[in-house]
Design a protein around this ligand. Structure first.
Ligand code: ADP
Ligand code: MG
Length: 236
């Protein structure tokens, strides 16, 4: 057994809107080891993005506990959550989520500007390195609207990895890409995994899921299946 990085116990998430109460997640218990590559699948509305938001400390659960690297992060302040998130977690979204009035360099730098441990020249070096990694260093001064979808997602990957996070959370990262650009993003994720990153990727695509080590299926806010991917079983 490796080191447990993420441990969820009996996580619940309820959204209250007007008179409606939505139980987005119920009884989620889950342990993810450092260095694992996990896929999360299930029908639209089953709670995948909610789970990723909780894992990424973008939101808090309604019940249950979350331990990250052995620390209980269930009840910490918003400020503490942001601090951990900015240092430890990189996000990649289906719709890229770049900021349209910031150029490429500024978009990638943005999460690093919240880090008190980095000065401007350190940040610039990290930004350049991340953009070289995704082959976008020649587009520093371009704005998102001047880039193709594939290029925007590569910039978003650079933004996610620039701070050298221990966890990468990807919510349908290839959902808006053609097959060639999707493959480029999948290969980047695989390289990051090979270098030791822990990755949780939400995907609709069974073939993408098979490229992870482990496949979790969610239905109606509950884990209904959690097993090694068949590629792992063949390899073993
Ligand atoms: P998925 O990503 O699997 O499509 P989500 O996690 O986005 O599903 O949503 C799970 C359920 O929670 C859905 O019923 C959705 O409508 C609801 N939900 C998600 N976010 C909110 C929110 N901020 N307020 C109210 N309901 C929400
Ligand atoms: Mg979603």
């Amino acid at each position: 057994m490796g080191t447990i990085l993420i441990k969820l116990e009996d996580i619940q998430k309820v959204f209250y809107t007007e008179e409606i109460e939505t139980h987005a997640l119920s009884n989620i218990s889950l342990a993810i080891e450092k260095g694992e590559y996990v896929s999360i699948s299930g029908p639209s509305g089953c709670g995948k993005s909610t789970l990723l938001s909780l894992l990424g400390l973008l939101d808090t659960a309604s019940g249950g506990s979350y331990q990250l690297s052995g620390h209980n992060v269930s009840n910490i302040s918003k400020k503490e959550r942001a601090k951990i998130r900015n240092k430890e977690i990189g996000f990649i979204f289906q719709s890229f989520n770049l900021i349209s009035d910031l150029d490429v360099e500024e978009n990638v730098e943005l999460p690093l500007t919240y880090r008190e441990d980095l000065n401007k020249s350190q940040r610039q070096k990290m930004v350049r390195k991340a953009l070289e990694r995704v082959d976008m260093a020649h587009r520093l001064k371009h704005f998102p609207s001047q880039l193709s979808g594939g290029q925007q997602q590569r910039v978003a990957v650079a933004r996610a990895i620039a701070g050298d996070p221990s966890i990468i959370l990807a919510d349908e990262p290839t959902g808006n890409l053609d097959s060639k650009n999707a493959e480029a993003v999948m290969q980047l994720l695989e390289q990051l995994h090979a270098e030791g990153a822990t990755i949780c990727m939400v995907t609709h695509d069974p073939r993408s899921a098979q490229r992870a080590d482990r496949n979790i299926d969610i239905l109606d806010g509950q884990i209904v299946s959690d097993k090694p991917s068949s590629s792992q079983i063949v390899a073993a």
